[in-house]
Design a protein around this ligand. Structure first.
Ligand code: AHR
Length: 512
């Protein structure tokens, strides 16, 4: 029996009562699965395509690059706990000394991997650190192991951080900055198994030991040294690195994108996809759980105290770039599908808090799974931006243990868990619950209890959903897909019932 629209759950999306699956969830409101590190909500800004130039920066009337106020305002609204720079693969084409001093004297460099464009080094260390100050964020600077020397890296570190008399502090002051920037997070190379030098793990482990030795503590700053981590399921990399250099590493930087093969194989379109494309992308995103489980198990052998962080320094969806965009610039649209892969991935991070404490979605503006797209003076917030916005409430909160009957989303004889979620309690005692239904065909009823505590009411709720799987925002219609108020959750006799539409993300604030 199909119900009349008025009786249908939130947003009036079509559904059939008889076919609607029910799920139970029990949240332990007094439990503690660890703090959700704010650094899991980190961002990434590489010199790639229109991420830096024509992204965070634009040219003013005097042809000088200036930071875009609209972009900074949107990102500050979201909150940026950290920002990774200058790459990515570009880190190994980047020589920091080319990016300091008078702009008209800065040498150029060819950005071989990303469109082969000539980088004029207009944005260098000082400019990046100005952006960091405006965003009120914490920088993650990635050094060049693949093509730079130990001296280059050690000097950059000294330039960033030395507080007293030193050759690099003197140079920094001559370039207009007396005070050190006190950078804490430093990447000793990027993807050294690939674009960063095609090294074997044994060789990189030795280089890591060598390079990291010269990153000294200066002033109040002790370096947090991040080693190149594995590509996806390269468990040998993690094993060798932990065995040979684990005692000198603070964080290992795993990268995982939703690619079927490598970045050179066909990746499917961002907007023009069918349900098969929806299913496959969800499946790829969900692989993150297995990767974290297995890499953590290896790390546990060498570091049972869990001192070394497992960082996911690059993650997200990677589609064919938009037709007509510059080759190599990785400019892609972003739909409801991307938004839900983001919520599912954040949920997975929240299940691995014992060691997974930092992550960077790739990348912030105009590149891959971006938060913001720009077109000249215009900008839009992508659906993934809205996922991050709806998940803000979980940052720094305590993850609550829960049991959830996740059900199954079936397609062509394959299946994935239909539901995913996060429950947390913040410092003010507010409980937040996010639930994602990846099933694009069926809405689901979720009945939630708080164990021994009794739920009193739903304080507020927001939902991100749409009729079409590929709904997205355009420059002419930038608010096509934005969170809406959600009225499909009710508390009755201490039990919360949520009518979760097909392909939706809901975040609720609950009072017990
Ligand atoms: O984010 C795009 C690229 O993906 C990065 O430059 C590289 O580190 C990764 O392979």
């Amino acid at each position: 029996m199909t119900l009349p629209k008025l009786l249908l759950p939130a947003l009036g999306l079509a559904t059939t009562l008889a076919a609607q699956p029910s799920h139970e969830m029990t949240i332990d409101a007094t439990g503690d699965n660890g703090q959700i590190s704010r650094h899991l909500y980190g961002h990434f800004a590489e010199h790639l395509g229109r991420g830096i130039y024509d992204g965070f920066w634009k040219k003013d009337s005097a042809d000088q690059y200036i930071i875009r106020d609209d972009v900074v305002a949107a990102m500050k609204e979201l909150g940026v706990p950290n920002l990774r720079w200058p790459g990515g693969c570009f880190a190994d084409y980047y020589f920091w000394e080319h990016g300091v001093g008078p702009k008209d004297e800065r040498p150029t460099v060819v950005n071989n991997l990303w469109g082969g464009v000539t980088e004029d080094n207009s944005v260098g260390t000082h400019e990046f650190m100005d952006l960091v100050a405006e965003l009120e964020t914490e920088p993650i600077v990635v050094g060049n192991v693949g093509s730079g020397t130990v001296e280059d890296m050690a000097n950059w570190w000294q330039y960033l951080n030395h507080p007293g008399e030193s050759p690099m502090a003197k140079r920094r002051a001559e370039n207009g900055r007396e005070e050190p920037w006190n950078v804490r997070f430093f990447g000793v190379g990027n993807e050294s198994w690939g674009c960063g030098g095609h090294m074997r793990p044994e060789f990189y482990a030795d280089l890591y030991r060598q390079y990291s030795t010269f990153l000294h503590g200066y002033g109040d700053v002790s370096p947090f040294r991040i080693a190149t981590g594995p590509a996806g399921n390269d468990y040998v990399w993690t094993e060798v690195l932990m065995e040979r250099a684990g005692d000198r590493i603070d964080g290992i930087d795993l990268h995982h994108y939703t690619l079927d093969g490598s970045w050179t194989t066909h990746k499917g379109q961002a907007v023009n996809f069918d349900e098969g494309g929806w299913f496959r992308l969800m499946e790829r995103a969900m692989e993150m759980d297995e990767l974290l489980t297995n890499h953590k198990a290896i790390m546990d052998t060498y570091d049972p105290e869990k001192r070394v962080w497992l960082i996911v320094g690059e993650w997200g969806t990677w589609h064919e770039q938009e037709e007509g965009s510059t080759p190599g610039f990785l400019y892609q649209q972003n739909t409801l599908r991307d938004a839900l892969t983001a919520s599912v991935t954040l949920d997975i991070f929240h299940q691995h808090l014992d060691r997974v404490k930092m992550a960077n979605i790739a990348q912030t503006i105009n590149v891959l799974q971006a938060m913001i797209l720009t077109d000249g003076e215009r900008m839009l917030r992508t659906p993934t931006y809205h996922t991050f916005d709806m998940y803000k409430v979980h940052r720094d909160a305590i993850a609550l243990p829960f049991e959830l009957d996740r059900g199954e989303y079936e397609r062509d004889g394959e299946s994935l868990p239909a539901l995913s979620g996060t429950a947390s309690i913040d410092a003010e005692g507010r409980i937040h619950l996010s639930l994602t239904n990846i099933d694009p065909n069926q809405s689901r009823t979720v009945t939630v209890s708080l164990g021994e505590n009794t739920l009193k009411r739903v304080v507020s709720g927001r939902i991100l959903t749409a009729d079409a799987m590929n709904t997205h925002n355009t420059f002419d219609a930038p608010d096509t897909l934005v969170p809406q108020l959600f009225s499909g959750a009710k508390v009755k006799k201490g039990t919360l019932t949520i009518e979760l539409p097909a392909k939706s993300l809901v975040t609720l604030e609950l009072a017990d």
